[in-house]
Design a protein around this ligand. Sequence first.
Ligand code: B12
Length: 212
Amino acid sequence: MIDALQVTQFVGELDEEELITVLEDFVESNPTEEEAQQVVVACQEGMAIVGDLFQKGEYFVGDLIFAGELLSEAMKILKPAIGQGTTVEIGSIVLGTVHGDLHDIGKNIFKNMCEAAGFQVFDIGIDQSPESFIEKIKEIKPNIVGMSGMLTLALESMKETILQLEEAGLRDSVKVIIGGNPVTKDVCEYVGADAFTVNAAEGVKICQDWVK
Ligand code: B12
């Protein structure tokens, strides 16, 4: 069994070698999807340590970039264990990181988990304007729109995107879920989303309930 605290520590310390070794051993041991999701959470907690050390001035932007790459690498290793994907498509999601925000690690984790659960995900990328969301929504006509943001300023972008969705007459045709560290129940109400989460696995469950 993998030691989740150790995984968190390796991410926090940016110890690539140790992290990759334990994750590869873990995936080889044929873990359940639930166990793999616990390891994703452990990695996420390691990123919180990285963030704290950055705030304290012990880590620099270069360390953040490295942390981002490290987590992407970790997710690639964990992907087969998170879910093999299903052949039945259960719904569609237009997903993106909102305007002004370049963080995409969390968005990508959510995307991978949604695909594994059977959703077709149209990922429009980072720093996406309300207009880009609207263009894609008109093209795809998805069941769900997912917006990701890690910066405080992302919250205003989420609000603006939903406002423009309303103005375009599209708001009632989709469910909107927001995710990322700064989102809360109050934020969800403020921006006018239908749901929020800081946990990708929970986000997938919410989306599954919506398309049932
Ligand atoms: C890695 C990182 C970066 C990397 C990003 C690399 C990348 N490709 O994403 C780089 C170096 C580029 C970066 C840049 C910056 N960053 Co930065 N960064 C981080 C860090 C350390 C980790 C973020 C992360 O990836 N977390 C792990 C993921 C897995 O968590 P998550 O995003 O919350 O995602 C989970 C859930 O929220 C959910 N989820 C996420 N999205 C969605 C979407 C939907 C629809 C759903 C359902 C779920 C969902 O699923 C995920 C898995 O469970 C955080 C610190 C922290 N404590 O988090 C700072 C942090 C977010 N950054 C910060 C800052 C200030 C910056 C910079 C301004 C730094 C600078 N001076 O240049 C720039 C801003 C650039 C910009 N315009 O966006 C601040 C934000 C402060 C604020 N309140 O606004 C933080 C909090 C650091 C700090 N403590 O000061 N950063």
